[in-house]
Design a protein around this ligand. Structure first.
Ligand SMILES: [Zn+2]
Length: 254
């Protein structure tokens, strides 16, 4: 088939009952303005037509699972377009978190092996891995600003221009410098607060501790909260709301 013809063929719409059930499951989607919800639904349908889901460890991918993931995955690119995700097709879904074996050889040749619990993973130019248990609970975990789908898809956006560095591809060097400065001004105090909480039992800051591990993880973690709990995120990180709006809502749409 000719490419233009394929592009013109509209993806089948997400069925009404399935879409309503998805909105009911995720109040942070249902709270969007009607025009945004329509765009979400249309983009979700396109996403479903372009991506391939694979169930792992016995998980069978149902329509419910596929639409739940699609509706959250397209949230970051609602005003940017699906082109941001065109470097991969596969989405692997496990029933629950995955125990991954890691090995690393240090400079003196000693091999270190450890196990890591993964809620999800995004590979540069490769597939996204998620776990259904966390995806299914994303409605309740929005209070804490958690969202595994948004986390991994923001990594994909970050990696569009190479290794993740906490900054998406931007138009100019100045824009990038500005981005990294504003991010750093939010990241450093957050990281210090997490360290103080761990070492001295001080109050833990709001937002997933995992964001304190590196600037790129902080970017992914902050975006989770920005998309699912904007109200609290605005109180905690006002400078990041403006920064993220400038990227995710480039035409300053409402
Ligand atoms: Zn991450």
């Amino acid at each position: 088939m000719f490419a233009w013809l394929r592009r013109r063929r509209a993806a089948p719409a997400v069925p009404e009952d399935l879409w309503r059930a998805t909105l009911a499951r995720y109040p942070f989607l249902a709270a969007r303005a009607p025009a945004e919800q329509e765009r979400l639904r249309a983009l979700s349908a396109e996403f479903l037509a372009r991506k391939e889901f694979h169930g792992a460890n016995g998980l069978v991918i149902t329509d419910e699972i596929a639409v739940a993931i699609a509706a959250q995955a397209v949230l970051p690119v609602l005003h940017l377009g699906l082109g941001w995700y065109d470097d991969f097709v596969g989405i692997v879904v496990h029933p629950a978190e995955v125990l991954a074996r890691r090995t690393e050889t240090d400079d003196s040749g000693v091999v270190h092996a450890w196990e890591e619990v993964l809620a999800g993973e995004a590979m540069e130019g490769g597939p996204v891995m998620l776990n259904w248990r966390d995806v299914a609970h994303a409605g309740a975990s929005a209070d804490a600003g958690f969202n595994v789908v948004i986390h991994e898809f923001v990594h994909k956006i970050d990696m569009r221009d190479g290794a993740p560095d906490g900054c998406p591809p931007l138009r100019s060097r100045q824009a990038r410098e500005h981005w990294l400065r504003v991010m750093g001004e939010a990241y450093q105090p957050f990281r210090e607060a997490v360290i103080k909480a761990e070492r001295f039992g001080e109050e833990r800051p709001w937002l997933d501790d995992y964001g304190a591990s590196s600037i790129d993880e902080f970017f992914a973690v902050a975006c989770e909260a920005y998309f699912v709990n904007r109200e609290r995120f605005t109180r905690e990180f006002p400078a990041l709301v403006d920064l993220f709006d400038s990227f995710y809502r480039p035409r300053s749409s409402p």
